[in-house]
Ligand binder design. Sequence first.
Ligand code: NAD
Length: 284
Amino acid sequence: MHSEHIILDGKKLAIQLQNILAKEIARLPASPTLAVVVIGDNPASAIYVRNKEKAAQKVGIKCIVLKFAEDITQQELEIQIKQLNLSNEINGIIIQQPVPQHLDILKLLTLIHPQKDVDGFSPLNLGLLTMGDTQAIKAATPKGIMRLLQETGISLSGKNAIVIGRSNIVGKPMAQMLLQADCTVTIAHSKTQNLYLLVKQADIVVAACGVPYLVKADWIKNGAIVIDVGINKINGKLCGDVDFEAVKNKVSYITPVPGGVGPMTVTMLLQNTYEAFIRQNCKQ
Ligand code: NAD
């Protein structure tokens, strides 16, 4: 039992950061513009896109949602992305995932101009991140998590961190960012054996596997920092990958679901779009 735990309030921090961003954007000669490519009618995606649009509007980023039919061909989409790359009006391009199965998402992401890849999902940006290049555009979810970890004021250097999940959009870039902060990083995934033993050694636990309540209280080292990325729905109620109510009593810091990582992800996407605008328009 840890004496007290602190909730890392991602919602509150996101509002603070968005207010600062809005002031910075108001000083620009034009609005940064984000293009969101949406393919088909995934209801969950529709909610995420609507959230991005609302947040963008709040800070003064123009958000253009480009909707394409479920059966659009790879070739047609590639043409659309190339046009967005060429447009001087567009500063950032993201493709809302998941995309229909017939599309080659890796090829599409590779096609996005690296300076407009504000999700940081392209092989070049993920590669630059891996090589420690500070110019890499960083994936929004792990970038937001690093910002939340900064709020704790705790030095990450030398800490044992475990990332549960190895997706290209969360797990892998998260592990790289923690590595760059001098953590000793373990990456766990669906084939990992005795996961609880690995979690038990971790000072920092990032759960990003999409398995409701997977991480249990008796897996957690006393005083660990626990970041819950999961967004799951059980009986219409949102929950994370961590058994929050039990786990919170053992930790020093923990993020809630909702109101933890999610609002930070959107904020970092906006931040990346603003930074892309600056790089594209202001000589450095
Ligand atoms: P994904 O499905 O692409 O990857 C899940 C990963 O978890 C895989 O690498 C898999 O090997 C691993 N995994 C699955 N079951 C496991 C188990 N039992 N033990 C250990 N590892 C296991 O998912 P993703 O896109 O990385 O997203 C992960 C979760 O985070 C989802 O719930 C998603 O909705 C959520 N998410 C939240 C945000 C946010 O902003 N809060 C952003 C992106 C994703």
